[in-house]
Design a binder for this molecule. Structure first.
Ligand code: HEC
Ligand code: HEC
Length: 466
């Protein structure tokens, strides 16, 4: 029994005892003698009045119980009632419209803006949610053409781009089976070497302003040169060696001529331009979230909607904002890099979060990292730059603690005015974590989910046939 219910019971028992004592005294020495009631009559009167007192005590108990109920008991009831209520509204501008569905979200939590960033979304109430465009932008000096895309696709899948012919880009970025990564904590490159970081998905990288976990490449063209000569990835001795190998393959000559014009030599720059053009077609605007934002109000479940509201009110949007859910996107590239982890927590040791401090290492391993897109994040585990977290709910717990400081109560020292201010940042409860996870699933592409299911089913069939 918790302390709240002990308090309630205590008040009830005391009210009852005091009430009964007063009543019995009144009936025995005042009302009884005055109205000349016999003993039986006095008991009857006491019982009648006693029922009243009992009812009063009961009311008191109910009132106190409601006030003291743990939020977790009452809140889901309120949530359900609010989220699932379709409302017909009269449109003030256009008169009575056909019954329209409005979705009312109770504000799950009020957060004051904290000093985790400078982005203009600190005023949560005006955050505008946006869908992903149906096409990715391409730079002026490398316009996307069908010929270039076809060539880039071929290169992306060509193992000739690795020193010993064992690896292609698609080895670590599986776009056929679905998620655009390799499903490993850290990638396995040439000669079976394990790299230091988790392979991010290539889906929607076309919308990112900086690439790699530490943001060290500013374009897909520049990025593609990295893995080719990385000794733990494709292991080519030099970019010139890549160029020579592709030149030697006569079947590539026609494809390059179609993509870049005859007489244009095959160069490493054209190789990466073709790969980048192909990558700009790897986008996923087909998610429940995008359908919801485009006007299909049934596209999200009540849990996903609740999670979406929490994602905003907790402040996840201060870093994962815009159509690609990243401060490092071409839509608004003002805040691409963030310190991670910001707040010291036990998660730091548990998941070795400071082991690698990314770009521009800060003090104590608190380095600076590119804010990743969260599109398809439910399909791309394990999570974080070192792939150390294998459960999405745990990734959400980690994020809310290390980036938003949702770990409990604090006294925060403000050095400018020399005062402590109390800050209440309770940990997320399981309900909230699950709602956010549900919302993250709404960022998964329908097409990719289908492909993954299909490839799993095929793997099942292959297994059964063996
Ligand atoms: C051995 C596995 C492996 C191979 C092969 C590989 N990659 Fe990667 N890729 C990775 C890893 C690991 C990272 C993250 C590295 C980092 O951030 O330091 C990455 C990062 C990327 C990114 C950046 C994604 C983002 O969100 O920032 C893109 C784009 C990409 N790779 C495309 C390619 C292309 C194109 C090729 C072929 C030329 C390729 N990769 C080959 C493992 C691989
Ligand atoms: C202060 C900026 C910031 C805030 C606030 C923030 N994130 Fe992040 N998030 C990041 C950075 C930076 C990373 C990359 C961390 C790394 O290096 O592994 C990241 C990574 C993630 C990942 C793992 C992505 C992957 O592909 O492995 C998830 C999931 C995530 N964030 C969800 C959330 C959620 C949910 C919230 C709100 C509770 C949130 N984030 C709040 C900056 C932030």
């Amino acid at each position: 029994m918790n302390s709240a219910s002990v308090n309630i019971l205590g008040v009830a028992v005391i009210t009852l005892l005091v009430g009964a004592a007063v009543l019995l005294t009144m009936v025995r020495y005042e009302l009884g003698p005055k109205s000349r009631l016999a003993r039986g009559g006095q008991w009857l009167l006491a019982t009648a009045l006693g029922t009243g007192i009992l009812a009063f005590a009961l009311k008191l108990v109910i009132m106190l119980a409601i006030v003291n109920f743990p939020e977790t008991l009452v809140e889901p009831l309120i949530r359900k009632a609010i989220v699932e209520r379709p409302v017909a509204v009269a449109d003030p501008l256009y008169g009575m419209t056909s019954p329209q569905r409005f979705v009312w979200q109770p504000l799950p939590m009020v957060t004051e803006s904290i000093s985790t960033g400078s982005h203009a979304t600190t005023n949560n109430s005006t955050y505008v949610w946006e869908a992903l465009p149906e096409q990715a932008p391409s730079p002026k000096n490398n316009p996307v053409t069908p010929e270039k895309v076809a060539l880039g696709e071929r290169l992306f899948f060509d193992k000739k781009l690795s020193r010993d012919g064992t690896l292609s880009c698609s080895t670590c970025h599986d776009v056929i089976g679905g998620s655009g990564d390799d499903g490993r904590a850290r990638s396995i490159g040439i000669d079976g070497q394990q790299g230091g970081r988790n392979a991010p998905t290539v889906w929607n990288t076309a919308f990112q302003s900086v690439l790699f976990w530490d943001g060290r490449a500013v374009s897909l063209e520049e990025q593609a040169k990295g893995p080719l000569v990385n000794p733990t990835e494709m292991g080519m001795v030099s970019l010139t060696a890549v160029e020579e190998r592709i030149r030697k393959d006569t079947t590539y000559q026609q494809a390059f001529a179609q993509a870049f014009g005859v007489e244009q030599p095959i160069t490493i720059q054209r190789i990466v331009e073709a790969i980048a053009a192909y990558e700009r077609t790897l986008i996923t605007p087909d998610t429940p979230y995008d359908r919801f934002v485009r006007g299909d109000l049934d596209a999200l479940s009540p849990e996903q909607l609740q999670g979406m509201a929490l994602f905003q009110s907790l402040g996840c949007v201060s870093c994962h904002f815009g159509p690609n859910f990243s401060g490092a996107s071409l839509f608004d590239p003002r805040a691409p890099m963030r310190i991670f982890p910001i707040y010291p927590t036990p998660y730091e040791q548990q998941y070795e979060l400071t082991h690698d401090s990314g770009a521009a290492g800060g003090g104590g391993g608190r380095g600076s990292w590119r804010v990743p897109s969260l599109r398809n994040v439910a399909l791309t585990g394990p999570w974080f730059h070192n792939g150390s977290v294998t459960d999405l709910a745990e990734a959400v717990r980690v994020m809310s603690s290390v980036q938003l400081g949702r770990t409990g109560r604090y006294l925060v020292w403000a050095d400018t005015n020399k005062v402590f201010t109390q800050l209440d940042r309770p940990e997320l409860d399981e309900h909230e974590v699950n709602d956010i996870v549900a919302f993250l699933h709404a960022l998964s592409s329908d097409k990719l989910v289908q492909r993954i299911q299909l490839s799993k089913a095929q793997a099942g069939v292959a297994f059964a046939n063996n």
